[in-house]
Design a protein around this ligand. Structure first.
Ligand code: UFG
Length: 353
């Protein structure tokens, strides 16, 4: 296949995962030449097949490469051979609980892996890097810092958040070094709040194993695959006693990546929160899932889950101002409906893949 020179050439790491696959889909739709890299340790081959099939009908192109970001030499070859202009880095482990139990796994994969990837990016001379960061880097901000703005002090409370913050620090130093040397490089870290929903056309979706996130768990109960939702505590200092989170639709989130990819200038380091700017409680999310599915969704009350801050939502005004980004999915029921559609069409997710 010959790629026209006008096509943007983007490497997406973690392309077979939840957010990475949605990013690939939007890039393909917008006419990019996308190389998806994934070691399939947590991603799904089914997602890469869906992307290949979408690419056959879209203006862009998609190629899947099975491999690891830890393979620095392999990545340099890939970046050079495909003449990659932008790297979007999603490949990471993202279970807070697991990170507490197996911290070194997280430091190795998330921080060590990113370091090797950044070395490859430097060696291959790729000038743009977009990093998937998280609101978990803020830890438990004091009440007077909520909504959380980008200048809120970052003090993560678990190894997952610390591993992501380490990558932010690497990027700060790398951009500074490039600026000093006068070599072309720019990076952006996008700090995601609670990412939810699925491709509205149902081509790719959310399939975590195990699933720990609130919305898919509610929907699994609705689908009869679990008995009940266990609400992790209702004695928090919030109006209904349950935790409040900012649920941003995955399509809006990946749109932010596309917007920033075109906006970055050499020598720049940008940091943006990506969220809606307000939140919903666990009970409100449960009610939304009941409305959307028309099913009962039994719920029981359990103890607090360690490490859950009562309230987290973004001040996302910087990204709105700088990139003209605004979320299209502001109605929680609509976000839940996209996840429900995918789950109904794919009752066992990507299946054995
Ligand atoms: N919850 C329940 N029952 C469940 C699952 C979740 O009550 O079965 C509650 C949680 O306690 C929390 C809320 O629903 O109050 C949202 O929980 P999620 O697990 O869906 O999301 P988190 O807010 O814990 O996690 C998200 C991202 C993480 C990131 C974290 C930062 O998914 O990757 O925000 O705080 F690290």
């Amino acid at each position: 296949m010959t790629t026209p020179d006008s096509m943007r050439r983007v490497l997406v790491t973690g392309a077979a995962g939840y957010i990475g696959s949605h990013a690939c889909m939007r890039l393909i739709e917008s006419g990019c030449r996308v190389v998806g890299l994934d070691d399939l340790s947590r991603g799904h081959r089914g997602a890469t097949r869906a992307l290949e099939s979408a690419a056959s009908r879209a203006p862009g192109e998609f190629e899947f490469v099975e491999g690891s970001i830890a393979d620095r030499t392999g990545t340099v070859e890939l970046l050079t051979d495909r003449r990659i202009e932008v790297v979007m880095h999603f490949a990471a482990f993202a279970y807070v609980g697991e990170s507490v139990e197996r911290p070194l796994l997280y430091y190795d994969n998330n921080a060590g892996g990113a370091c090797r990837l950044l070395q490859a990016v430097e060696e291959a001379g790729v000038p743009r890097f977009v990093f998937s960061s998280t609101c978990a880097t803020y830890g438990e901000p004091p009440e007077d810092r909520i909504p959380i703005a980008e200048d809120c002090p970052q003090s993560p409370i678990n190894p997952y958040g610390r591993s992501k913050l380490m990558v932010e620090r690497m990027l700060e130093d790398r951009v500074e070094a490039a600026r000093t040397a006068g070599t072309p490089f720019a990076a952006t870290m996008l700090r995601y709040f609670n990412v939810a929903g699925s491709d509205p056309e149902g081509r790719v979706g959310e399939d975590h194993r195990p699933e720990t996130h609130l919305i898919p768990i509610c929907l699994e109960v609705a689908a009869g695959r679990r008995e009940a939702l266990v609400i992790h505590g209702d004695d928090y200092p919030t109006p209904d006693g349950t935790c409040i989170r900012d649920y941003v639709h995955v399509v809006d989130l990946v749109d932010a990546h596309l917007a920033v990819m075109d906006a970055m200038k050499d020598g720049e380091l940008r940091r943006y929160n990506v969220g809606l700017g307000h939140g919903w409680s666990v009970r409100e999310v449960l009610e939304s899932c009941r409305r959307v599915t028309g099913r009962d969704i039994p719920a029981t009350m359990g103890p607090r889950r360690p490490g859950d801050p009562p309230t987290l939502f973004a001040n996302a005004s910087s990204i709105g101002r700088d990139l003209d980004w605004s979320p299209r999915f502001t109605d929680l029921d609509e976000t839940v409906a996209t996840a429900w559609r995918w789950m109904q069409a794919n009752p066992s997710g990507y299946g054995a893949d």
